[in-house]
Design a protein around this ligand. Structure first.
Ligand SMILES: *[C@@H]1O[C@H](CO)[C@@H](O)[C@H](O)[C@H]1NC(C)=O
Ligand SMILES: *[C@@H]1O[C@H](CO)[C@@H](O)[C@H](O)[C@H]1NC(C)=O
Ligand SMILES: *[C@@H]1O[C@H](CO)[C@@H](O)[C@H](O)[C@H]1NC(C)=O
Ligand SMILES: *[C@@H]1O[C@H](CO)[C@@H](O)[C@H](O)[C@H]1NC(C)=O
Length: 481
């Protein structure tokens, strides 16, 4: 091999690497945590892990400002509870675009590429509440983008759950939009298509496994030995491909066969259910990364897949109505530690890089006193009280702290409350049953965390947080004393 071909090889590798980095993997950055890492810390975390695209659920000022410091591509979001005002008032839509998009692009150098109008607004659990307002909101935001002169760069989209389509014969080729929302879907898809916008879909093999006990586990993964599903001669070896292609078929049948698709959310939780663990999460996410890394796509769409992992960081403030796993989707813990080895193909080490300069509270924990009487009726009440206000989702059956004995179980609840309430002295006074210790009570897979210092976004938010703490403490004193 001559010097020239070596040089050419190096050049080719650099070009390929460069192409890979630019198209790369994205991540969802949700902020429903009682304690958030400061935006600058998270943005640096994204950057150091080579995650160059981020999807947000709102448009917090500090978050966007921080993202402008690096060239990270952004999808900003309009929460469902703002859809009504966006739908009914062009002025409101213009103001939203001006304040939450245009200003950030011009003054903070933020690379905003998409506006997500609503978040899974057609979910069946919403009983159709957003069915009639999503489209007018989408139209108004698009008009506002045009008026602001940024519609060429910033595209609207509506992140939808994969439950907006279904298959008549369980095969991808039977795919079409769900009958009860078909007209609403066609209206939206046509509008997106006319404006050069992508269809955004969230695909969750984990939820299929969670809700259907007959779902073949192996089919949820990419390296599984599930027996393939045969669709007219095409073999499907994993649920992701089959689900994605069901959408491709649905789009194609309705005349939108070339519409670009974004996978808005994909991932696997690590705790809070028997199938939510580190092993499965690693297997799924690494499998997905390998699956899309060659750019070969799915049988119906043999092209690179554009996707955002769900999620970047755990959120202990999320509703657990869908299940205890809901607070454990992060590839990082709440304090920015990688949960498992995941090679995104973007770091030199081939694994995730932890967050830097995380400010923890003191190294101490709140636990059950050794002398406590386990039949004391206050005990159960205290645990319930703590768990309702903090996070006990790791204590469930086959979860990371599910094997603790009674004492450990109670201590876990006490500590979760204590850290959530910033280690305030009064937050470890459970009817004289608790005490503060400097010895780490963590046990095997069960981590007794130390909280991080609260981050306050701005004056309004700060007031809200302190207020919340005060109310919490007040209720606490009323109940316990
Ligand atoms: C901008 O977005 C934030 C966060 O979602 C929201 O609270 C605010 O009302 C928006 N601004 C306007 C003018 O709509
Ligand atoms: C949807 O309807 C069910 C049953 O009527 C009800 O229990 C639930 O609260 C409703 N949900 C919403 C978001 O309106
Ligand atoms: C523990 O508490 C129960 C109920 O309050 C009480 O009957 C029992 O005597 C206590 N045991 C000890 C060892 O104090
Ligand atoms: C531990 O706590 C959880 C949540 O409060 C509860 O469901 C579980 O039964 C407890 N387990 C033991 C061994 O006490």
């Amino acid at each position: 091999m001559g010097i020239f071909s070596v040089a050419f090889g190096v050049l080719l590798v650099s070009i390929l690497t460069w192409v890979h980095v630019v198209s790369g993997i994205g991540a969802n950055w949700g902020t429903q945590a009682t304690h958030q890492l400061p935006p600058d810390t998270v943005v640096r975390l994204l950057w150091e892990n080579g995650i160059q695209k981020v999807k947000l659920f709102d448009a917090s000022y500090d978050t966007l400002k921080a993202l402008g410091k690096y060239e990270i591509e952004v999808m900003v979001g309009i929460p469902n509870d703002m859809l009504a005002s966006m739908a009914s008032s062009m002025k409101a839509a213009e103001k939203w675009v001006d304040k939450n998009v245009s200003t950030h692009m011009t003054t903070n150098n933020v690379n905003i590429r998409y506006v997500a109008v609503g978040n899974e607004p057609f979910l069946q659990t919403y009983n159709g509440s957003f069915l009639r307002i999503t489209f007018p909101a989408l139209q108004n935001i698009q008009s506002a983008l045009i008026k602001a002169g940024i519609a060429n760069k910033v595209k609207v989209t509506v992140p939808l759950n994969a439950d907006v389509y279904a298959s008549s014969n369980t095969l991808p080729s039977g795919g079409d939009f769900r009958a009860d929302i078909r007209d609403f879907m066609i209206q939206i898809v046509k509008f997106l298509n006319d404006n050069g916008s992508p269809f955004t879909v969230n695909i969750y093999p984990f939820i299929s496994l969670y809700t259907d006990s007959n779902f073949p586990v192996e089919y949820a993964f990419f390296d599984g030995n599930a027996s393939p599903v045969n669709d007219g001669g095409t073999s499907y070896y994993n649920m992701f491909d089959a689900n994605y292609d069901t959408l491709v078929w649905a789009l194609q049948k309705n005349g939108f066969g070339n519409m670009p698709i974004l996978v808005g959310e994909i991932g696997w939780p690590t705790d809070g259910d028997q199938n939510a663990n580190l092993l499965y999460a690693q297997r799924f996410n690494q499998g997905f990364m390998s699956h899309i890394s060659g750019g070969k796509g799915t049988p119906m769409r043999p092209a690179p897949i554009d996707a955002y992992l769900f999620s970047l960081i755990d959120e202990d403030g999320k509703s657990i109505e869908p299940g205890s796993f809901e607070r454990h989707w992060g590839i990082f813990t709440f304090d920015g530690l990688p949960k498992y080895v995941l090679n995104l193909g973007t770091t030199n080490s081939g694994s995730l890089v932890p967050a830097r300069n995380v400010h923890y509270l003191e190294r101490k924990w709140c636990v059950l006193k050794e002398s406590a009487n386990l039949t004391d009726p206050q005990l159960g009440l205290s645990v319930t009280y703590a768990c309702e206000r903090a996070d006990c989702t790791s204590l469930g059956y086959r979860s990371s702290c599910g094997n603790l004995a009674t004492q450990g179980n109670i201590s876990y609840a006490f500590n979760s409350y204590y850290q959530t309430y910033n280690q305030l002295e009064d937050a470890c006074k459970f009817s004289g049953l608790s005490t503060v210790t400097k010895a780490d009570p963590s046990d095997g897979t069960c981590r007794f965390a130390i909280g991080i210092q609260p981050y306050y976004a701005g004056a309004d938010h700060r007031f809200g947080c302190i207020q919340k703490t005060m109310v919490g403490l007040f209720l606490f004193l009323v109940t316990i004393l």
